[in-house]
Design a protein around this ligand. Structure first.
Ligand code: 2RA
Length: 339
């Protein structure tokens, strides 16, 4: 049994990782088709030890394609997602466009894989925002044991979350500083090198950013609609890997030791938690890894039934490409059985 898989946005950070992970996890592909916009046609991408030229999305016929992994931005998902689904190809979309659509399941396989069953309404499954995905993997096992009431999370998000240009910007600003070149404000409105920026995506009427709003509403859709979550999302001068400082209030008592043991055996998680120098995970160590890591698990002594923890994951992998491929794996194993 094998599947024809298209990767839409194949030349972007996440699209390239999708191709890498399809190969690394030996996803049963009969054919991989990298698709991109007209300006990227012919650009070569790698799939294992082969290189493939990208084809044009605009005129591609999806009728004989089984799955389309999409990571080309919300406007492309809006323009093509439903049309692709209507051709019988199942879309797994990494953009935010379909996440809150009631007819589209929003899935983190370790948390709510059963929700994939709802894909048939539009032939679309949505991938959550990167900062949400890793948090759900960490919260789910604790929620099952002690029922989460409220979460306060601060994120420390790497620049790769906003694309290759942002990574180039961090690199060139850092280099400029080392060679004493001025960083011109008209070139870089906000310096990210040796700085942190408490602003990701656009501001909303209540003062939250849309990135913070995504964590709130996606947690409610994926994990539990009764969970109260508040977030502050911050961009930091890190190339790869999102980190999160998380304060979790439970309905029921749960000690740090109990939480640590639960997390040690939970799917998709690695616990690195020793109260000593280096006894915790950092983004540099999480980069390139499939796992979501948890460290610094401890009781919040200011209020009962409350824990603090530190959560880190590669935002291009579990935060995007890996989660999408895991959804595809579950979809094929449980729903898209081919003769
Ligand atoms: C970011 N979560 O980190 C957003 C989109 N990937 O920029």
């Amino acid at each position: 049994m094998s599947y024809k898989v298209a990767v839409v946005g194949a030349t972007g950070n996440v699209g390239r990782e999708m191709l890498n992970i399809l190969h690394e996890r030996q996803f049963p592909v009969s054919e991989v088709v990298p698709l991109a916009s007209r300006r990227s046609i012919g650009q070569e991408v790698t799939f294992g030890d082969t290189t493939i030229k990208t084809k044009c999305l605009d005129d591609y016929d999806f009728s004989d394609t089984d799955i389309a992994l999409m990571s080309a931005g919300g406007s492309v998902s809006k323009a093509f997602g439903e049309k692709i689904g209507q051709q019988g190809c199942v879309v797994i979309d990494n953009s935010s466009h379909f996440r809150m659509d009631p007819d589209v399941p929003l899935v983190v396989p370790e948390v709510n894989a059963d929700a994939i069953a709802g894909y048939t309404k539009k032939n679309i499954i949505a991938n959550p925002n990167c900062s949400t995905a890793q948090l759900m993997v960490a919260l789910k096992p604790l929620h099952d044991r002690a029922k989460i009431k409220r979460v306060v999370v601060s994120t420390y998000q790497s620049v790769s979350g906003s694309g290759k240009a942002a990574m180039d910007e961090l690199w060139s600003q850092t280099r400029a500083i080392f060679v004493n070149d001025p960083i011109e404000p008209e070139v870089y409105p906000k310096q990210i090198a040796f700085n942190v920026i408490p602003h990701i995506d656009v501001f909303m009427d209540n003062g939250d950013t849309k990135e913070e709003w995504k964590m709130v509403v996606e947690t409610m859709k994926i994990l539990d609609p009764d969970i109260k979550l508040t977030a502050t999302c911050v961009r930091v001068p890190v190339f790869l890997g999102h980190s999160e400082s998380v304060n979790i209030e439970f309905e029921n008592p749960l000690s740090a030791d109990e939480a640590r043991e639960i997390l040690r055996t939970a799917p998709g998680l690695m616990v690195v938690d020793k109260r000593e120098d280096g006894g915790y995970i950092t983004p540099i160590e999480a980069a390139g890894e499939f796992a979501t890591y948890v460290s610094r698990i401890r009781e919040d002594e200011t209020q009962p039934n409350t824990l603090n923890l530190w959560c880190v994951a590669d935002n291009l992998l579990k935060g995007a490409a890996l989660n999408a491929v895991q959804i595809a794996e579950s979809l094929c194993n449980n729903y898209l059985k081919k003769a």
